[in-house]
Write a protein that binds this ligand. Structure first.
Ligand code: PEP
Ligand code: MG
Length: 408
């Protein structure tokens, strides 16, 4: 996974910054996503690394190239230091770009937003030029503790994010637990296929008490900024209607308690299952916006676990089946007059930027450290050329061919 570069020791006495190397995981497993958001250099899925490293060893990590050096000698270390300096210099350029619009050479403007897991990240994201939060992964609020967060605790966190970003929007995704995110205190039974199991909106709908507590906190936070609600892992119209029923109940409960809450909070869904992408024309009439969750959409479309490095080559964002689902989702959303963004990791990959522009994507949401690269790519692309490129890409029959097209 990406950036930056670190020369570090396991005991955290780092020469650069801290780094992370894991035995298992893929580019879009949640540990990689979090590291990217926090700007921690990480390389995941390095088989056998744990056996090779001893306590006290120096380990150099380049998250951009995926290189890891265990116990580099003095000469190698000097080269790693040089790389680190180059990386730090490039980082300063990000702040210059932050104030410029994300506009193509032929005048088409798009929105660049950030993905966050903690309200403080909204502040950093704003400094890096984010004009909104396209995905607040709220499950991290429920993790690393021994009981559920109360409505008041959640309100404080959502309010902080809304205030940091105001007047720009913050899309708060309801609990997406399950899959590779467990909450031990809920006592969820182990499942044979957790990514196909009781996760995300399915879990929330089966626990209306937990779901409505979160919805109430989000509605109340809406008073302090520009908040939107998003439901994860939708596969049917019915689920959206059930979720909206819970939202209406949450509103009624707040009224009963005489508490202020934001009316007209837009409600959207993540399009991250093939079912949602295929039914996008129907789902679009139920919601105010779509956000394409490419991380899950790729894994479910290609039947390739996003965490399993053995199938990481099959897990291909540029696979023609994935591209068709993305194209169909954007087209269906636009036909129904709703906004369509993307908050999966693909939105933060500069190689994909012209393709996504050409497919008509309007909002790109990503780990804040990726904003500068995507903005730069947008500012040097033309929409006209991107549209042509996307048409060509859609005619190709393999992800490899698409990659070659994008690289040329
Ligand atoms: C996705 O699936 O693309 C997404 C953004 O959600 P998460 O990575 O949290 O599953
Ligand atoms: Mg997802």
């Amino acid at each position: 996974m990406r950036p930056p570069i670190s020369v570090t020791r396991p005991n955290n006495r780092s020469l650069g910054k801290r780094g992370l190397v894991t035995e298992i995981g893929g580019r879009t497993s949640h540990v990689a996503i979090m590291a990217r958001s926090l700007g921690i250099p990480a390389v995941v899925g390095v088989k056998g690394i744990a056996r090779r490293v001893q306590s006290g060893d120096v380990v150099a990590v380049d998250g951009s190239s995926g290189e890891v050096a265990v116990r580099p000698d003095a000469g190698e270390l000097a080269k790693w230091r040089q790389r680190l300096q180059q990386h730090e210099a490039a980082k300063n350029g990000r702040y210059v770009l932050a104030v410029l619009p994300a506009i193509t050479t032929d005048g088409h403007e798009v929105s660049l937003w950030a993905n966050i897991g903690h309200p403080a990240e909204a502040k950093i994201a704003r400094e890096l030029g984010a004009e909104g939060v396209g995905l607040f992964r709220t499950e991290f609020l429920y993790m690393g503790r021994d009981r559920l967060p109360s409505e008041e605790e959640q309100l404080a966190v959502y309010r902080q994010a809304a205030e940091h970003m105001a007047p720009y929007p913050v899309i708060i995704r309801t609990l997406d637990i399950g899959g590779d995110k467990d909450l031990p205190y809920l006592g969820l039974a182990r499942e044979a296929n957790p990514f196909l199991g009781w996760r995300a909106l399915r879990y929330s709908l089966s626990r209306p008490d937990i779901f409505r507590t979160q919805l109430k906190a989000i509605l109340r936070a809406g008073v302090y900024g520009n908040i939107k609600i998003m439901f994860p892992l939708v596969v049917s119209v019915e689920e959206i209607r059930q979720a909206k029923e819970q939202l209406a109940l949450a509103q009624a409960e707040l009224d009963e308690r005489g508490l202020p809450w934001a009316e007209n909070v837009p409600v959207g869904i993540m399009v991250e299952t093939p079912a949602a992408a295929i039914l996008a024309d129907q789902l679009a009439y139920e919601v105010d916006f779509f956000s394409i969750g490419s991380n899950d959409l790729i894994q479910y479309t290609l039947a390739a676990d996003r965490q399993n490095e053995k199938v990481s080559l099959i897990y291909d964002p540029f696979h023609p089946a994935v591209l068709r689902l993305i194209r169909g989702t954007i087209a269906a959303g636009h036909k129904a007059g709703i906004e369509v963004g993307m908050c999966g990791e693909l939105a933060g990959d500069p190689l994909a930027t012209p393709l996504l522009l050409g497919l008509g994507l309007g909002e790109f949401s990503m780990a804040a450290p990726s904003l500068a690269a995507i903005k730069e790519k947008t500012r040097t692309s033309s929409l006209r050329a991107a549209t042509k490129l996307a048409q060509q890409a859609l005619d190709l029959s393999s992800g490899e061919d698409v990659r070659v097209l994008l690289l040329n």
